[in-house]
Design a protein around this ligand. Structure first.
Ligand code: COA
Length: 260
Protein backbone atom coordinates (compact mmCIF):
# COMPACT_ATOMS: atom_id res chain seq x y z
CA UNK A 1 0.00 0.00 0.00
CA UNK A 2 1.04 3.61 -0.44
CA UNK A 3 2.47 5.61 2.43
CA UNK A 4 0.11 8.14 3.92
CA UNK A 5 0.51 11.03 6.35
CA UNK A 6 -2.90 11.06 7.98
CA UNK A 7 -4.12 7.48 7.72
CA UNK A 8 -2.75 3.99 8.26
CA UNK A 9 -3.77 1.00 6.19
CA UNK A 10 -3.00 -2.48 7.42
CA UNK A 11 -4.03 -5.77 5.85
CA UNK A 12 -4.91 -8.65 8.16
CA UNK A 13 -5.80 -11.58 5.91
CA UNK A 14 -8.94 -10.62 4.01
CA UNK A 15 -9.54 -7.57 6.20
CA UNK A 16 -8.07 -4.12 5.61
CA UNK A 17 -8.04 -1.83 8.64
CA UNK A 18 -8.02 1.87 7.72
CA UNK A 19 -7.11 4.01 10.73
CA UNK A 20 -7.54 7.77 10.70
CA UNK A 21 -4.31 8.83 12.33
CA UNK A 22 -4.44 12.33 13.81
CA UNK A 23 -4.88 11.41 17.49
CA UNK A 24 -3.61 14.80 18.70
CA UNK A 25 -6.60 16.37 16.87
CA UNK A 26 -8.95 13.57 17.88
CA UNK A 27 -8.73 12.33 14.27
CA UNK A 28 -10.61 15.33 12.88
CA UNK A 29 -11.18 15.07 9.13
CA UNK A 30 -9.14 17.62 7.23
CA UNK A 31 -8.84 17.76 3.45
CA UNK A 32 -5.72 15.57 3.54
CA UNK A 33 -7.58 12.80 5.41
CA UNK A 34 -10.34 12.94 2.80
CA UNK A 35 -7.85 12.84 -0.09
CA UNK A 36 -5.73 10.05 1.37
CA UNK A 37 -8.78 8.07 2.47
CA UNK A 38 -10.26 8.27 -1.02
CA UNK A 39 -6.96 7.10 -2.57
CA UNK A 40 -6.66 4.22 -0.09
CA UNK A 41 -10.22 3.08 -0.73
CA UNK A 42 -9.57 3.23 -4.48
CA UNK A 43 -6.65 0.83 -3.96
CA UNK A 44 -8.63 -1.46 -1.66
CA UNK A 45 -11.57 -1.51 -4.09
CA UNK A 46 -9.53 -3.40 -6.71
CA UNK A 47 -7.46 -5.52 -4.29
CA UNK A 48 -8.97 -8.98 -4.59
CA UNK A 49 -7.35 -10.13 -1.34
CA UNK A 50 -9.40 -7.59 0.58
CA UNK A 51 -12.93 -8.72 1.30
CA UNK A 52 -13.95 -6.33 4.10
CA UNK A 53 -12.71 -2.92 5.31
CA UNK A 54 -12.75 -1.77 8.93
CA UNK A 55 -12.47 1.98 9.60
CA UNK A 56 -11.38 3.30 12.98
CA UNK A 57 -9.57 6.16 14.71
CA UNK A 58 -6.10 6.17 16.25
CA UNK A 59 -5.63 6.45 20.00
CA UNK A 60 -7.81 5.67 22.99
CA UNK A 61 -10.07 8.67 22.93
CA UNK A 62 -11.64 9.25 19.58
CA UNK A 63 -13.02 7.61 16.46
CA UNK A 64 -13.36 10.93 14.60
CA UNK A 65 -14.32 14.20 16.35
CA UNK A 66 -15.75 15.73 13.18
CA UNK A 67 -14.60 17.86 10.31
CA UNK A 68 -11.42 19.78 11.09
CA UNK A 69 -13.00 23.00 12.34
CA UNK A 70 -9.81 24.98 11.68
CA UNK A 71 -10.39 24.48 7.93
CA UNK A 72 -13.84 26.12 8.21
CA UNK A 73 -12.37 29.46 9.24
CA UNK A 74 -12.54 31.86 6.30
CA UNK A 75 -14.02 29.22 4.01
CA UNK A 76 -16.52 30.66 1.54
CA UNK A 77 -19.85 29.07 0.66
CA UNK A 78 -18.68 28.14 -2.82
CA UNK A 79 -15.35 26.57 -1.84
CA UNK A 80 -16.99 24.63 0.99
CA UNK A 81 -19.78 23.42 -1.29
CA UNK A 82 -17.29 22.33 -3.95
CA UNK A 83 -15.08 20.48 -1.46
CA UNK A 84 -18.06 18.48 -0.20
CA UNK A 85 -19.34 17.79 -3.73
CA UNK A 86 -15.89 16.55 -4.77
CA UNK A 87 -14.35 13.26 -3.71
CA UNK A 88 -14.96 12.89 0.01
CA UNK A 89 -14.44 9.95 2.30
CA UNK A 90 -18.21 9.88 2.87
CA UNK A 91 -18.90 9.38 -0.84
CA UNK A 92 -16.07 6.88 -1.31
CA UNK A 93 -17.39 4.73 1.52
CA UNK A 94 -20.93 5.03 0.24
CA UNK A 95 -19.97 3.73 -3.21
CA UNK A 96 -17.42 1.18 -1.96
CA UNK A 97 -18.52 -2.23 -3.26
CA UNK A 98 -17.25 -4.33 -0.33
CA UNK A 99 -18.60 -4.32 3.23
CA UNK A 100 -17.27 -1.51 5.44
CA UNK A 101 -17.45 -1.68 9.23
CA UNK A 102 -16.99 1.36 11.50
CA UNK A 103 -15.14 0.48 14.71
CA UNK A 104 -16.17 3.39 16.94
CA UNK A 105 -13.63 3.59 19.73
CA UNK A 106 -14.48 7.01 21.23
CA UNK A 107 -15.81 10.41 20.13
CA UNK A 108 -17.87 10.01 16.98
CA UNK A 109 -19.05 13.52 16.25
CA UNK A 110 -20.19 15.58 13.28
CA UNK A 111 -18.31 14.34 10.21
CA UNK A 112 -17.18 11.38 12.35
CA UNK A 113 -20.78 10.35 12.92
CA UNK A 114 -21.44 10.92 9.21
CA UNK A 115 -18.45 8.73 8.36
CA UNK A 116 -19.82 5.97 10.58
CA UNK A 117 -23.27 6.43 9.02
CA UNK A 118 -21.79 5.92 5.54
CA UNK A 119 -20.42 2.53 6.69
CA UNK A 120 -22.51 -0.63 6.52
CA UNK A 121 -22.20 -1.80 10.13
CA UNK A 122 -21.27 0.16 13.27
CA UNK A 123 -19.52 -1.52 16.23
CA UNK A 124 -19.02 0.75 19.25
CA UNK A 125 -17.09 0.85 22.47
CA UNK A 126 -18.99 1.51 25.71
CA UNK A 127 -16.85 4.68 25.84
CA UNK A 128 -18.14 6.01 22.51
CA UNK A 129 -19.99 9.32 22.43
CA UNK A 130 -21.94 10.11 19.29
CA UNK A 131 -23.50 13.31 18.06
CA UNK A 132 -24.08 15.88 15.35
CA UNK A 133 -22.85 19.05 17.11
CA UNK A 134 -22.62 21.22 13.97
CA UNK A 135 -25.50 23.40 15.19
CA UNK A 136 -23.19 24.66 17.95
CA UNK A 137 -20.97 26.16 15.24
CA UNK A 138 -23.87 27.82 13.46
CA UNK A 139 -23.92 25.25 10.65
CA UNK A 140 -25.63 21.94 9.88
CA UNK A 141 -24.32 18.48 8.94
CA UNK A 142 -23.03 18.46 5.35
CA UNK A 143 -21.63 14.94 4.94
CA UNK A 144 -24.94 13.10 4.82
CA UNK A 145 -25.97 13.49 8.49
CA UNK A 146 -29.43 14.91 7.91
CA UNK A 147 -30.22 12.19 5.38
CA UNK A 148 -28.54 9.01 6.60
CA UNK A 149 -29.16 9.59 10.31
CA UNK A 150 -32.84 10.26 9.63
CA UNK A 151 -33.19 7.14 7.52
CA UNK A 152 -31.48 5.07 10.21
CA UNK A 153 -33.11 6.31 13.41
CA UNK A 154 -36.24 8.18 12.22
CA UNK A 155 -37.09 11.86 11.97
CA UNK A 156 -37.86 12.57 15.64
CA UNK A 157 -34.60 11.22 17.07
CA UNK A 158 -32.56 12.63 14.20
CA UNK A 159 -34.13 16.05 14.71
CA UNK A 160 -33.32 15.92 18.41
CA UNK A 161 -29.67 15.08 17.80
CA UNK A 162 -29.21 17.62 15.01
CA UNK A 163 -31.17 20.50 16.57
CA UNK A 164 -29.81 20.09 20.10
CA UNK A 165 -26.24 19.18 19.12
CA UNK A 166 -26.13 16.99 22.25
CA UNK A 167 -23.94 13.89 22.40
CA UNK A 168 -25.46 10.53 23.22
CA UNK A 169 -23.74 7.60 24.90
CA UNK A 170 -23.22 4.18 23.35
CA UNK A 171 -26.17 2.40 25.06
CA UNK A 172 -28.49 5.17 23.84
CA UNK A 173 -27.07 4.86 20.33
CA UNK A 174 -27.65 1.11 20.50
CA UNK A 175 -31.21 1.67 21.61
CA UNK A 176 -31.80 4.01 18.65
CA UNK A 177 -30.29 1.56 16.17
CA UNK A 178 -27.52 4.02 15.40
CA UNK A 179 -24.92 1.38 16.28
CA UNK A 180 -25.28 -2.38 15.83
CA UNK A 181 -23.35 -3.55 18.91
CA UNK A 182 -21.65 -2.10 21.99
CA UNK A 183 -18.67 -3.77 23.66
CA UNK A 184 -16.28 -3.11 26.51
CA UNK A 185 -13.35 -1.07 25.11
CA UNK A 186 -10.93 -3.97 25.52
CA UNK A 187 -13.25 -6.27 23.53
CA UNK A 188 -14.11 -3.91 20.69
CA UNK A 189 -11.29 -4.81 18.31
CA UNK A 190 -11.60 -8.58 18.73
CA UNK A 191 -15.38 -8.48 18.32
CA UNK A 192 -15.11 -6.22 15.27
CA UNK A 193 -12.53 -8.49 13.65
CA UNK A 194 -14.73 -11.49 14.45
CA UNK A 195 -17.62 -9.85 12.58
CA UNK A 196 -15.32 -8.77 9.72
CA UNK A 197 -13.88 -12.28 9.36
CA UNK A 198 -17.33 -13.85 9.42
CA UNK A 199 -18.41 -11.59 6.54
CA UNK A 200 -15.09 -12.02 4.68
CA UNK A 201 -15.77 -15.75 4.33
CA UNK A 202 -18.91 -15.13 2.27
CA UNK A 203 -19.06 -14.97 -1.53
CA UNK A 204 -17.75 -11.54 -2.60
CA UNK A 205 -20.14 -11.02 -5.51
CA UNK A 206 -23.11 -11.93 -3.32
CA UNK A 207 -21.87 -9.47 -0.66
CA UNK A 208 -21.69 -6.71 -3.25
CA UNK A 209 -25.16 -7.49 -4.61
CA UNK A 210 -26.56 -7.68 -1.07
CA UNK A 211 -25.10 -4.27 -0.17
CA UNK A 212 -26.51 -2.69 -3.30
CA UNK A 213 -29.94 -4.22 -2.72
CA UNK A 214 -30.15 -3.20 0.96
CA UNK A 215 -29.05 0.37 0.17
CA UNK A 216 -31.83 0.59 -2.43
CA UNK A 217 -34.42 0.18 0.32
CA UNK A 218 -33.91 3.74 1.50
CA UNK A 219 -33.24 5.18 -1.96
CA UNK A 220 -36.11 3.90 -4.08
CA UNK A 221 -39.78 3.11 -3.83
CA UNK A 222 -40.87 -0.43 -2.96
CA UNK A 223 -41.73 -1.51 -6.52
CA UNK A 224 -38.42 -0.29 -7.91
CA UNK A 225 -36.51 -1.82 -5.00
CA UNK A 226 -38.23 -5.19 -5.41
CA UNK A 227 -37.57 -5.18 -9.15
CA UNK A 228 -33.87 -4.32 -8.71
CA UNK A 229 -33.53 -6.93 -5.96
CA UNK A 230 -34.60 -9.64 -8.41
CA UNK A 231 -31.98 -8.44 -10.91
CA UNK A 232 -29.23 -8.40 -8.27
CA UNK A 233 -30.36 -11.82 -7.00
CA UNK A 234 -30.19 -13.14 -10.57
CA UNK A 235 -26.64 -11.79 -11.05
CA UNK A 236 -25.51 -14.10 -8.23
CA UNK A 237 -26.62 -17.01 -10.47
CA UNK A 238 -23.89 -16.08 -12.96
CA UNK A 239 -21.14 -16.85 -10.42
CA UNK A 240 -19.10 -19.98 -9.73
CA UNK A 241 -19.53 -19.17 -6.05
CA UNK A 242 -23.28 -19.78 -6.29
CA UNK A 243 -22.59 -23.29 -7.66
CA UNK A 244 -20.06 -23.83 -4.87
CA UNK A 245 -22.45 -22.57 -2.18
CA UNK A 246 -25.28 -24.82 -3.33
CA UNK A 247 -22.99 -27.84 -3.82
CA UNK A 248 -21.42 -27.37 -0.38
CA UNK A 249 -24.85 -27.28 1.26
CA UNK A 250 -25.96 -30.44 -0.53
CA UNK A 251 -22.65 -32.19 0.27
CA UNK A 252 -22.87 -31.03 3.91
CA UNK A 253 -19.49 -29.23 3.87
CA UNK A 254 -18.24 -25.68 4.26
CA UNK A 255 -18.17 -23.71 0.98
CA UNK A 256 -14.93 -22.24 -0.33
CA UNK A 257 -15.75 -19.06 -2.19
CA UNK A 258 -13.33 -17.73 -4.79
CA UNK A 259 -14.95 -14.43 -5.70
CA UNK A 260 -15.81 -15.66 -9.20
N1 COA B 1 -11.52 19.99 14.47
C1 COA B 1 -10.29 20.42 14.74
N2 COA B 1 -9.64 20.15 15.89
C2 COA B 1 -10.30 19.40 16.80
C3 COA B 1 -11.59 18.91 16.58
C4 COA B 1 -12.22 19.24 15.36
N3 COA B 1 -13.44 18.80 15.04
N4 COA B 1 -11.98 18.23 17.68
C5 COA B 1 -10.95 18.26 18.54
N5 COA B 1 -9.94 18.97 18.02
C6 COA B 1 -8.62 19.26 18.62
C7 COA B 1 -8.71 20.32 19.70
O1 COA B 1 -8.71 21.61 19.12
C8 COA B 1 -7.47 20.01 20.49
O2 COA B 1 -6.36 20.51 19.79
P1 COA B 1 -5.17 21.32 20.57
O3 COA B 1 -4.63 20.32 21.57
O4 COA B 1 -4.21 21.67 19.50
O5 COA B 1 -5.84 22.48 21.24
C9 COA B 1 -7.39 18.50 20.43
O6 COA B 1 -8.16 18.10 19.29
C10 COA B 1 -7.97 17.82 21.65
O7 COA B 1 -9.31 18.26 21.81
P2 COA B 1 -9.87 18.89 23.19
O8 COA B 1 -11.02 19.77 22.84
O9 COA B 1 -8.75 19.48 23.97
O10 COA B 1 -10.36 17.56 23.92
P3 COA B 1 -11.51 17.46 25.03
O11 COA B 1 -11.41 16.09 25.58
O12 COA B 1 -11.43 18.60 25.98
O13 COA B 1 -12.89 17.61 24.22
C11 COA B 1 -14.43 17.17 22.42
C12 COA B 1 -13.27 16.64 23.28
C13 COA B 1 -14.68 16.13 21.33
C14 COA B 1 -15.68 17.36 23.26
C15 COA B 1 -14.01 18.53 21.79
O14 COA B 1 -12.73 18.39 21.20
C16 COA B 1 -14.95 19.03 20.73
O15 COA B 1 -16.03 19.52 21.04
N6 COA B 1 -14.55 18.91 19.44
C17 COA B 1 -15.33 19.43 18.35
C18 COA B 1 -16.48 18.51 18.02
C19 COA B 1 -17.31 19.08 16.89
O16 COA B 1 -17.93 20.11 17.03
N7 COA B 1 -17.32 18.37 15.76
C20 COA B 1 -18.11 18.74 14.63
C21 COA B 1 -17.36 19.61 13.72
S1 COA B 1 -18.37 20.12 12.36
Amino acid sequence: MSNYETILVEKRGGIAVLTINRPDKLNALNSKVHAEGVTALDELRTDDEVRVVVITGAGEKSFVAGADISEFAGQTAVTQRNSFLEKTLFNSIDTFPKPVIAMINGFCLGGGCELALACDIRMASEKARLGQPEINLGIIPGGGGTQRLTRLVGEGKSMEMILSGEMIDAPTALNLGLVNHVFAPEELEAKTMEMANKIAEKAPVALQMAKEAVKLASRSNLDEGMRREVDLFAICFSTEDKEEGVAAFLEKRKPIFKGK
